[in-house]
Design a binder for this molecule. Structure first.
Ligand code: ADP
Ligand code: MG
Length: 335
């Protein structure tokens, strides 16, 4: 009888312990890559692995940031026409992926827009509408086809004067994918990353003890809220459930200025040099490829609803908010 009481007491204690114990969760946030980056990982190695992720993200930022004079990209941007520039192999690979995508998007995505985006000044903090002639001459210096890549030697040669690279619409996606890769190598099985609108999830969200007992499951999909443009942060239009993959949004409401009642934002139409005007407030893309998800959201924004068909097969899902603030599912998530 006495032993039965002790056993029952022990059982209650164990159950209480299990019900309060959550799988080790660790969240860190840092301003990096010109945005707020937040990494949440689960498991006993969560803290160490998260630290390593930030080290890796800083490394990628240092190489890829066109606005950092020390970066590989800045070195390439300062090189004269016709000179063979050898690049860090990782930066070379990102550039190669971006150029291939530029072609696939029929030029809606273009990594050579820096001379134009610099004139709009949205990254420098002093935005203004550029003079039309100045804009036209900057636009003449753009075009992804003006770069010659040599894969064997990891070199790039500029074919016209003034071509400059900006990986701003692809680097965060690449970084998200590298972060997930690194976490997997560290034995982490569940994670949620937010790189300024580039969401990456892995392995679903682990459930606590009682949730597991009730549902009979160890994890559930992460819930990803899609922001309503121009509303206070956290105002959600739709919630996606996803255990594995990448969700990226490009919109006109994060980086912009207004002049004469018109909004000028940071996503440029490579044909005109002006902010893309396709009657869209935001595009969200779901993909299994993080690098491509980032490029896709930018490209779809430029293409607009009429031309999205071009890249639809590359996306697992597409959602659009138009300038009447209507939410539209262009391609539904089927898993
Ligand atoms: P964010 O970086 O704010 O998440 P995007 O991924 O859509 O948004 O990238 C926008 C950035 O990419 C701009 O700030 C600019 O540096 C660059 N960019 C703008 N237009 C284009 C374009 N058509 N193709 C490729 N890069 C672009
Ligand atoms: Mg992008």
């Amino acid at each position: 009888m006495k032993y039965a009481k002790i056993t029952a007491g022990l059982l209650v204690l164990i159950l209480l312990f299990l019900s309060f114990s959550k799988p080790g969760t660790h969240t860190e946030t840092e301003f990096l890559m010109d945005t707020l980056i937040s990494v949440t990982t689960y498991g006993s190695q969560a803290k160490t692995a998260t630290g390593q992720v930030f080290t890796r993200l800083r490394e990628i930022d240092k190489k890829c940031n066109a606005h950092n004079a020390e970066s590989e990209i800045a070195r390439l941007n300062n090189a004269p026409t016709g000179v063979v520039v050898s690049l860090d192999p990782e930066v070379f690979d990102i550039l190669k992926i971006a150029l291939e995508f530029s072609q696939a998007s029929e030029g809606a995505f273009d990594v050579t827009l820096l001379p134009v985006s610099r004139l709009w000044g949205l990254s420098s903090g002093s935005p203004k509408r550029p003079d039309e002639e100045v804009l036209a001459s900057a636009l003449a210096k753009t075009g992804y086809q003006h770069l010659a890549l040599d894969e064997t030697n990891c070199t790039v040669t500029k074919e016209i004067d003034g071509v400059q690279i900006d990986l701003g619409a692809v680097a965060k996606g690449y970084a998200a994918e590298e972060a997930i890769k690194l976490l997997k190598e560290q034995g982490i099985r569940h994670a949620y990353l937010d790189l300024g609108g580039n969401i990456a999830v892995m392995g679903g969200k682990p459930l606590g003890f009682w949730e597991s007992v009730v549902t009979g499951k160890k994890t559930r999909p992460f819930l990803i809220g899609l922001q309503q443009p121009d509303a206070p942060r956290g105002t959600i239009m739709e919630t996606l459930s996803l255990s594995e993959g990448y969700v990226v949004t490009s919109g006109d409401y994060e980086r912009y200025f207004e002049e004469g009642g018109k909004r000028y934002h940071h996503i440029i139409d490579p044909n005109t040099g002006y902010p893309a005007d396709t009657h869209i407030k935001s595009v969200t893309v779901v993909s299994d490829n993080g690098t491509e998800a980032d490029m896709l959201s930018t490209a779809l924004f430029v293409l607009g609803s009429d031309r999205m068909e071009l890249l639809k097969d590359r996306c697992k899902a597409i959602y659009v908010v138009d300038n009447q603030m209507n939410f539209k599912t262009v391609k539904p998530l089927t898993e």
